[in-house]
Design a protein around this ligand. Sequence first.
Ligand code: PEP
Ligand code: MG
Length: 593
Amino acid sequence: MASLLLATEDALLSGVIASPGIALGPALLVKKQPLTINRQPIAAEAIPQEMALFFQARDQSIQQLQAIEEKAYQRFGEPEAAIFEAHRLLLEDELFEAEVMAYIQQHQAALSSAIEAVIEQQALTLEQLADDYLKARAADIRDIGQRLLSNALGVPLVDLQALSKPVILVAETLTPSETAQLDVEKVLGFITRLGSSTSHTAIMARALGIPALVGVHQALELIHQDDLVLLEATNNHVVINPTAETIEAFKAQQQREQRQQRLLAVLTDHPAVTLEGHQVRLSANISHFNELSAAQQQGAEGVGLYRTEFLFMGREGLPSEAEQFQAYQAVAQQLRSGEAAVIRTVDIGGDKPLPYLNLPTESNPFLGCRGVRLYQQHPELLQIQLRAILRASAFGKLCILFPMISLVEEVHALQEQLARLKQQLHAEKQPFDPQISVGIMVETPAAAVMASHLAQIVDFLSIGTNDLTQYTLAVDRGNPLIASLYNPLSPAVLQFVKQIIDAAHQFGKSVCVCGELAGDTQATLLLLGLGLDSFSVSARAIPAIKKVIRSVHFAAAQQLAQQALIQSTAADIHRLMTQSMEKLALTDITLLQ
Ligand code: PEP
Ligand code: MG
């Protein structure tokens, strides 16, 4: 789509849209600067100076950690804040101070060299311990060491949780857990050199409503610190130091979008129903329990996908049953009458590693030990989580969703496990919903082909188009080099979606799409026409999707779907969809995605 904003003199970069939207602000380059350690002996007279520098660097590090701890507490609560508290306490430890002092004195060492030696010694000692939890503390020690060294050497640390002003981040890459912790008040948008639109980093950005472009190859060479950057993620453009004319156009566009948001807001309490009364469910994808109320305000009818991975990430060990119970109970208690929340059991692997599990390196993690496959090696992952979900089901309608299913046998094994845990809770006299619904993600071609068998043994199906696309087309969803081949609307994927919906309906089971395709207004008519029962999308996409559904006849959507199914190329399918949107005068809606 052509840009509405740019003047001819503007210099442009482009990449892949990870999260649509527009933003204007100064660039903050997230570049790890090298820390040069002075390993030469220093003059004896310089020793007191190096010692004084230690206290200065330590105080600065403690202050930074206090700010991060406070933020983490406000945003996520006690457990996440405790990680940074532990870091701070380690720095304040008198023994640590004494060791650094002794090293400087005995070796006539510069502070940087003393920090390096003492930290490495402590980390190695921890790494040699048998206890996995203590072993994993080595990473904490090194993290603290990096902070202290940066402050001692005067090299600024980029702390994504403690930004002092609103910025547009420019980075090589951001991990999903770094993205989950971004401060939405301060991060106006981000641009990364690597990444793809269905990576979990992109999904988080959409959930947080942060505009983002990924796969912008020259981002780090051409954008400089504090350059004014216009990120026009809706149209896949980055403008460095835009002209006054472009800035004016940006402001006007921002006002238009706000107006459109206000217009759509009137739909919040209306159902997602077509002109002749065919109703579907429109629910939210969330990654943290505190996203639910904002989603409900946008009109979400409960949660169609709670990605629980983020409860397990950015921390030092597995979340306990009590911690998980609290999170799921918080969701259950917020549900309104008629609403449900689908809690997906943890889907680790692929682009979501979990460092503290010390999983072996796999040459192809997306085809490896991911999702339910990991539960065999780590049964505690599933047991603790299922117990927590079951217990929370006493407080509101929760459903269980298993990810990355490829075999009927996997579902049988999971159901046996669930039945055992129900018995256990029953014996413990813990309340839970004995009729809790169980569904599976259909996101592998094997599951799509076997959908009619799978539909008979579960309560509902949820189509994960992000993975279904990558596995059907054999295109890594995270590889920017082949991003143009990744298309959830290619005919092969569409045929699978149709087969899955039909198979589920044949056995009276409902089907949801919870992949990113469900949040694309261009695809709404098509999915509706294929007979989809429910759409689960990021909260911000809800009003626009609802607007499309409420503006059309179901019969017209069915007609479109029939035509789409006989096309042989993705381009033809896209053309059909664009034409239908134009006919219905709904093209403006796409601005809001
Ligand atoms: C999907 O694969 O479409 C999906 C919803 O799961 P995730 O994106 O978390 O892998
Ligand atoms: Mg998936």
